[in-house]
Design a binder for this molecule. Structure first.
Ligand code: NDP
Length: 367
């Protein structure tokens, strides 16, 4: 005789779904309407990450392209089913205004071109999502914010990690003080940047602080929920390497926050890839490898009373750009404030300028 195994509760669970339906099948979210974006600048980020990301968006779609290279733009438009009539150059950028399908403009140009193209798009009555760093100066950031206010349109900065689940969980842990009060933050974002590259040109607004160091600054601000009050900085610009004729190779900086948290940040264009974020707290720490990379982020923690690190379970990896585009588009469709507004970009720019001032003067700069 075969014995019935398991508890009576287990025995009552049917093996096949009783109504021929999976118990955990998720129904897709289908938006009533997607927000139409024009992508401005078809460079590496736009073509390798952003255009593919639109394919998986629920709330955003790309309906127009702006490029200085019409043949490339035509190929990209054909690949993504965008009308050839919705391809523009920088000379006829103003024509975007007449395209009612374009409700928002995503600026993915060299940093020195962010401010002018953002302001023009806002004046044309479009919302703007602008890549980081928002601009190259505090004055430019303020001009962009003022233009959004005048146009009654929203300006979002493309801080993709504020839409990314590992970073969102880290923010929650810090906010709720799940590992105790925050004490120290270490953040480093380094890469080996080879010429030619917009990042190595001063005229185009390059440099490691605005390009990669900004992730460390932004993270320290969103993890603490505070603005720094004191800043130090060191800049290394070797004369021996022609790549760094116009911009620094490495920048190291410290930020002191009102609660007493001290952040050590560093960034480089002359090193191997290194992207780490670590928050030391009163009772442990949280640690992120590949913290600022597009893929492969891992969040682990040392919890009070535990000997080893534990990887935070249940966080699904997402496409950062899909998450960001959907996050921004959903807010705009719902007429709600975007999560990463121009004010966030301006706050980072103030810190960047303070670090540069501290490095130049050799003094602590108060904010
Ligand atoms: P690329 O150099 O690859 O692309 C820039 C594009 O801008 C060019 O391909 C070109 O497009 C257009 N452009 C217009 N005028 C100029 C000019 N004078 N010189 C150079 N390019 C020009 O840069 P990326 O795509 O790597 O970076 C673009 C922006 O995106 C930057 O602000 C950068 O900081 C940001 N970025 C953000 C990332 C993130 O994770 N959020 C990651 C990488 C970059 P066209 O030929 O179509 O005119």
């Amino acid at each position: 005789m075969l014995a019935a195994a398991g508890s009576s509760a287990a025995a009552k669970t049917p093996l096949a779904p009783p109504n021929n339906q999976s118990a955990d099948a998720k129904e897709p979210t289908v938006a009533k309407k997607k927000l139409g974006f024009a992508v401005v600048g078809l460079g590496k980020l736009a073509m390798e990450e952003v255009m593919p990301a639109f394919q998986s968006c629920t709330y955003a779609e790309c309906v127009a392209l702006v490029s200085g290279h019409p043949a490339k733009a035509k190929r990209v438009a054909a690949a993504y089913g965008i009308s050839p009539d919705a391809i523009y150059g920088y000379d006829d950028y103003d024509k975007l205004k007449a395209n009612a399908k374009v409700e928002a403009v995503y600026i993915i140009l060299p940093n020195s071109m962010h401010a002018d193209h953002t302001v023009k798009a806002l004046q044309a009555g479009k919302h703007v999502l602008c890549e980081k760093p928002m601009a190259t100066s505090i004055a430019e950031c303020e001009r962009m914010i003022a233009a959004a206010k005048t146009a009654k349109k929203q300006l979002a900065i493309a801080y993709r990690l504020q839409y990314e689940p590992h970073h969102l969980r880290a923010i929650e842990i810090c906010k709720k003080q799940e590992l105790g009060a925050l004490k120290l933050i270490e953040a480093t974002n380094c890469q080996d940047t080879q010429a030619p590259n917009i990042r190595l040109s001063k005229t185009l607004g390059g440099g490691p602080l605005g390009d990669v160091g900004i992730y460390c600054i932004n993270a320290a601000r969103y993890l603490t929920g505070e603005e720094p009050v004191e800043v130090t900085g060191f800049i290394q610009q070797p004369t021996s390497d022609p790549r760094f004729a116009e911009v620094p190779e490495s920048v190291s900086f410290q930020l002191r926050f009102p609660s007493g948290v001290i952040m050590n940040g560093s960034c480089s264009f002359g090193s191997g890839d290194s992207r780490l974020l670590r928050v030391t707290t009163a009772k442990g720490y949280l640690h992120m490898d590949n913290a600022f990379a597009y893929r492969g982020i891992e969040l682990r923690m040392r919890k009070p009373g535990k000997a080893g690190d534990v990887v935070e379970p249940g966080i699904e990896a997402v496409d950062h750009f899909t998450a960001e585009l959907d996050g921004v588009a959903k807010a705009l469709l719902d007429n709600k404030p975007v999560k990463t507004p121009g004010a966030d970009g301006l706050a980072d720019m103030k810190v960047i300028k303070a670090i540069e001032e501290a490095a130049a003067s050799g003094k602590v700069v108060k904010l």
